[in-house]
Design a binder for this molecule. Sequence first.
Ligand SMILES: CCCCCCCCCCCCCCCC(=O)SCCNC(=O)CCNC(=O)[C@H](O)C(C)(C)COP(=O)(O)OP(=O)(O)OC[C@H]1O[C@@H](n2cnc3c(N)ncnc32)[C@H](O)[C@@H]1OP(=O)(O)O
Length: 132
Amino acid sequence: MNDIDSTPTPQGELALQTIAMPKDTNASGDIFGGWLLSQMDLAGAITAREVAGGRVATVAIEGMAFITPVHVGAVVTCYCDVIEIGRSSIRIVVEVWIDSPHDGEPIKVTEGEFIFVAIDDKRRTRTISRKG
Ligand SMILES: CCCCCCCCCCCCCCCC(=O)SCCNC(=O)CCNC(=O)[C@H](O)C(C)(C)COP(=O)(O)OP(=O)(O)OC[C@H]1O[C@@H](n2cnc3c(N)ncnc32)[C@H](O)[C@@H]1OP(=O)(O)O
């Protein structure tokens, strides 16, 4: 995983974009980490489904770090970078970025490694077929 402060631009492909709403805040008025985590899970799942060619389940989340609070109204963008494909697993670095409310500059909010597993309709793991 890249060092969280040393990467000036998003790594990976844009997978999901949404707006942080008042209902997603904690008692301090900042956006809940759990809400961000669920957006990252969705973004990773969209990417993993493409790679796996079908259904996936999240099996693990590693190395999460929350670096900057998110304000209500922020446009939250998730980028996904597939870093490893195993027999049935897909390891994806998911980064979340917002635009600074002060100068509009992009700010990295959090990142984490998500591992998804390709599963069939009986929830058994399945081998991912490689393209090409
Ligand atoms: C236009 C667009 C359209 C489409 C747009 C659709 C959007 C789509 C949205 C869907 C909505 C969101 C979906 C979110 C995804 C959930 O939120 S899924 C719900 C939460 N997750 C679960 O309920 C999963 C529960 N766990 C399980 O069922 C079982 O653990 C699993 C996943 C079937 C795996 O079973 P298992 O016995 O652990 O299997 P095992 O063979 O040991 O391991 C399988 C692989 O996982 C790896 N692995 C297992 N555990 C770990 C671990 N802790 N760490 C790392 N790797 C591990 C193994 O190394 C192995 O890798 P490979 O060597 O095969 O590559």
